[in-house]
Design a protein around this ligand. Structure first.
Ligand code: ZN
Length: 414
């Protein structure tokens, strides 16, 4: 059914004008239309403009929403999550509050391996049930597209179980779901003494199976001291690319390892985290056109160093914001909350934060031709908020202001 949304008090289009993403100063240009009307046909934006100029014939079945009280934004694109997992780690949270570091907890058998144990024990059905609950809440908070990584199985069987669960969710849920293979998330206990053997297993067994069955679009790796070296990640990425997969990377989170340079060298779609990135890394990402994805919630939750996203934008990078939702280092999937943290702790303007959470998030997933902004021909993913203006969203934090979510032309009232 066609949908007419009329008299939108303020429409934030984030229009890209044919570009794959916005970088540097362009990130402040939100393409705002006051008192706007939108016509949606067959799930796509058919007409967008000022209400006074609306001239489309509207006949037949048409739903009409009067959005006089609402501000409209593109649906959020959360381009980095680990939302498929079993168990939870609130005990580790309490330990961290009392002074133990994330790395100390990991070394004593907690951290990622704690979630690996719980996820290996869970069935595919149980994992899907847990993930579905998260996805439903995310949609009510304005997120319409989400990436989900594997990486809590770390055996051939369990990584594939995770990716099959993500694939099922892609078919069953209302959101767009993008699957990423993160077999190189941590070295599993079975390979503690010979991590290269695990890298070999990823390259010779897991990646060929996953690529052949198209179970993941991206291949990701945690490039970090105590996890996977630049050389090991390079081996994994070269194999993945030969098999037709795209690259993402967890880069420069706790230490500066040169992971951002590897991202550029590998032609990665995005380099994520970047808390410790140096000037050479920023220059490399600029040259390769790699999206710099920052994860404000991870620094906030771990009470650790923030990435210098201000510097990245000033260097004309394309910066995206995602949640990194996971049970250890960011137990939140609220994109507005991430925008607030980006503004208060990383000196982004509200305009930059909105571009980073929508269009540039879509670019980090290679989907910005199809979604991430409100433009004619793009998928009709739009969220209406009952707020005075768009700047109110990062300002009044910790509260859900969503009035309606329209995903691919279908709308949901909240
Ligand atoms: Zn992550």
């Amino acid at each position: 059914m066609d949908l007419l949304i009329k008299n939108i008090k303020q429409l934030v289009t984030v229009r890209a004008n044919g570009k794959p993403f916005k970088s540097g100063k362009e990130m402040r240009d939100l393409g705002i239309i006051e008192n706007a009307t939108i016509l949606i046909q067959n799930g796509l934006f058919k007409w967008i403009g000022s209400s006074s100029e609306f001239d489309q014939p509207v006949e037949g079945h048409l739903d009409v929403i009067d959005a006089t009280e609402s501000v409209g934004l593109p649906g959020f694109v959360d381009s980095h999550t680990h939302l498929l997992f079993a168990g939870s780690r609130e005990d580790e949270f309490a330990m961290r509050v009392e002074g133990k570091s994330y790395q100390e907890i990991a070394q004593s058998g907690g951290g990622i391996l704690n979630t690996v144990r719980a996820t290996r024990t869970a069935t595919k059905k149980e994992l899907k049930k847990l993930a579905r609950r998260h996805l439903e809440t995310m949609l009510t908070e304005g997120t319409t597209t989400v990436e989900i990584k594997s990486g809590y199985g770390l055996t051939e069987k369990d990584e594939i179980k995770m990716l099959e669960a993500i694939s099922d969710l892609t078919d069953e849920c209302l959101m767009d779901v993008v699957p990423t293979f993160l077999g190189a998330h941590a070295v599993p206990p079975e390979f503690k003494d010979h991590p290269d053997g695990y890298v070999n297993l990823i390259c010779t067994r897991m990646l060929p199976y996953i690529a052949q069955r198209k179970l993941a679009v991206f291949c990701d790796a945690f490039c970090e001291q105590g996890y996977f070296s630049v050389a090991q990640c390079r081996t994994i990425f070269e194999t993945a690319k030969k098999l037709g997969m795209e690259i993402k990377i967890h880069a420069d989170q706790f230490t500066q390892t040169g992971a951002s340079n590897l991202a550029a060298e590998s032609g990665a779609r995005s380099a994520d985290h970047l808390e410790q990135i140096d000037d050479a890394g920023i220059a490399a990402l600029k040259k390769s056109g790699t999206v710099a994805t920052v994860l404000p919630g991870a620094s906030f939750f771990l009470n650790s160093r923030y990435p210098d996203a201000r510097k990245m934008i000033d260097a004309d990078l394309s910066v995206a914001i995602a949640t990194d939702f996971n049970p250890g280092s960011c137990m939140s999937y609220s994109m507005p909350m991430m925008m607030t943290i980006a503004c208060t702790h990383m000196a982004l303007t509200p305009e930059e934060a909105i571009t980073a959470a929508t269009l540039n998030g879509a670019a980090a997933l290679g989907l910005s031709e199809k979604l991430g902004s409100i433009e004619i021909g793009k998928q009709a993913d739009i969220v209406l908020y009952d707020v005075p203006g768009y700047r109110y969203l990062p300002y009044h934090f910790g509260t859900n202001h969503v009035a309606k979510v329209i995903k691919h032309g279908t709308y949901f009232d909240f």
